[in-house]
Write a protein that binds this ligand. Structure first.
Ligand SMILES: Cc1cc2nc3c(=O)[nH]c(=O)nc-3n(C[C@H](O)[C@H](O)[C@H](O)COP(=O)(O)OP(=O)(O)OC[C@H]3O[C@@H](n4cnc5c(N)ncnc54)[C@H](O)[C@@H]3O)c2cc1C
Length: 408
């Protein structure tokens, strides 16, 4: 860990995926004279255990490739070759398939890869060190703007910068200190997450079973393993995750089925409460929000981290362009460009995932009929499916350079 300097060009609060990816992109784009400090108390802890794996969409993978992080995780990344969506009840012996995606965004480029969170975090932290990002193991407690600098207070002392980035996660303290209100609600649903080993090959197939309590996703990992994201009402999720091993296995098998042979849970099971939170503004005076600090969405489409990496791509490009023109990177007009770039896409994704969750996580027969007809129609329209795939891959609209695989 580096000693905290008293000045930097940019200070980033939070060494999660978004904070570290942004720090790396900025150093690579602006060179060794541009100082970037990342502060996070978790940097003092041994590697964090995270039972989750993330679906990394094609655009996010291009970003990770361009900042030279993908190579370190590629061997453990499982390409998602196709996806099936079913709509069924818990006791249904056969789960009818309503939608299938066989997916490449370009020839030879799968629409997503599954990557375990632990190795991805380790690869980002290692690259950040390699490119000279200053890592400080302390929390940012407060900040104040004075003229063209923002003064940041940490446990290790004060430092000033032209811009402070809040990459401090869903319960962002910096967002709160800046007085930025949020929009959203809790779903009263939680996701049980674990890894399952199975007898047969999954063939790179992802499955999403829409059950009345919420989606049950089986996401392929390397080596006859899958990552499970299993949504239940919060009370029920707490009960299930606390069951003894044999009873947990029974509940799991009832939803997973027997198509991949015998299954066994590997490693920990965890439960994550789910909600929607979107910040009403993504910027304030010398402050910009990225990742979960700006938005938290339902994992129904596996898009939260992907959205965060889209913020990273847009903000890095905005800052690099401004710095190359000799502009103040924390100036209001620079931050406004970032906000304009990201807010519509974020709101659209927030509304889409919220709508999908409402449409599927219920017991209404009328809604079931409507959604099954709708899914059946989508399944018969290859052009629409292709558009969905490119949208989910982050390759529609005004796509920032890093998501196109271009260096800054
Ligand atoms: C069950 C589940 C499954 C998911 N699956 C997917 C998926 O398949 N694909 C996908 O794209 N997304 C997925 N997501 C979403 C994804 O995990 C998150 O969007 C992502 O982890 C957020 O990263 P982040 O860097 O923004 O925030 P975080 O990872 O929360 O990092 C925030 C960091 O800030 C630090 N911090 C907090 N306060 C301070 C402070 N005051 N000062 C300094 N540091 C501070 C914290 O210690 C932490 O390290 C899933 C989410 C859930 C719950």
């Amino acid at each position: 860990m580096t000693k905290q300097p008293s000045q930097a060009d940019i200070v980033i609060a939070g060494a999660g995926f978004a904070g570290l990816a942004l720090a790396i992109a900025l150093r690579q784009g602006l060179g060794a004279d541009f100082t970037v400090v990342v502060a996070d108390p978790m940097l003092a802890q041994p590697a964090r255990e995270d039972a989750r794996a993330s679906a990394i969409a094609a655009g996010a993978r291009r970003l990770l490739e361009t900042i030279d992080v993908w190579g370190a995780v590629a061997a453990g990344a499982q390409p998602v070759l196709d996806m099936v969506v079913t709509d069924s009840r818990l006791g249904d012996a056969v789960k009818p398939v309503f939608l299938t995606f066989a997916g490449e965004v370009e020839a030879g480029e799968p629409f997503a890869h599954m990557v375990e969170n632990g190795p991805l975090m380790a690869a980002l932290a290692s690259k950040a060190r390699e490119v000279g990002v200053t890592l400080c193991a302390s929390a940012i407690d407060s900040f104040a703007v004075a003229g063209e600098r923002v003064s940041v207070q940490c446990a290790d002392g004060a430092l000033t910068a032209a811009l402070l980035i809040a990459a401090d996660g869903a319960r962002s303290r910096l967002r709160e200190l800046a007085g930025i209100a949020t929009f959203g609600w809790s779903y009263d649903q939680s996701a049980i997450v674990c890894t399952v080993a199975h007898e047969r090959e999954h063939g790179g197939r992802a499955e999403e079973h829409f059950l009345p309590a919420g989606p049950f996703a089986i996401l392929p990992l390397t080596g006859r393993r899958s990552s499970i994201v299993w949504t239940e009402d919060t009370g029920e999720a707490g009960r299930i995750v606390a069951l003894p091993e044999d009873l947990f296995h029974e509940e799991l098998e009832q939803r997973f089925g027997l198509h991949l042979g015998d299954i066994a849970v590997e490693g920990p099971r965890r439960v994550h409460p789910l909600g929607l939170t979107v910040a009403r503004a993504f910027v304030a005076d010398r402050l910009a929000l990225v990742g979960d600090a700006a938005h938290v969405i339902h994992p129904i489409a596996g898009q939260g981290l992907n959205l965060g990496l889209r913020d990273v791509a847009a903000l890095a490009e905005t800052i690099v362009d401004a710095a190359r023109l000799g502009l103040d990177v924390g100036a209001a007009h620079v931050l406004e460009r970032y906000q304009r770039w990201r807010r519509f896409d974020t709101m659209a994704m927030g509304i889409a995932t919220d709508g999908l969750n409402r449409l599927f996580s219920n017991r209404s027969d009328a809604l079931r009929l409507m959604r099954d007809v709708g899914l059946g129609l989508v399944d018969r329209l290859p052009g629409l499916k292709r558009l969905f795939i490119r949208e989910a891959a982050g390759l529609v609209g005004d796509v920032p350079k890093l998501l196109r695989g271009e260096v800054l």
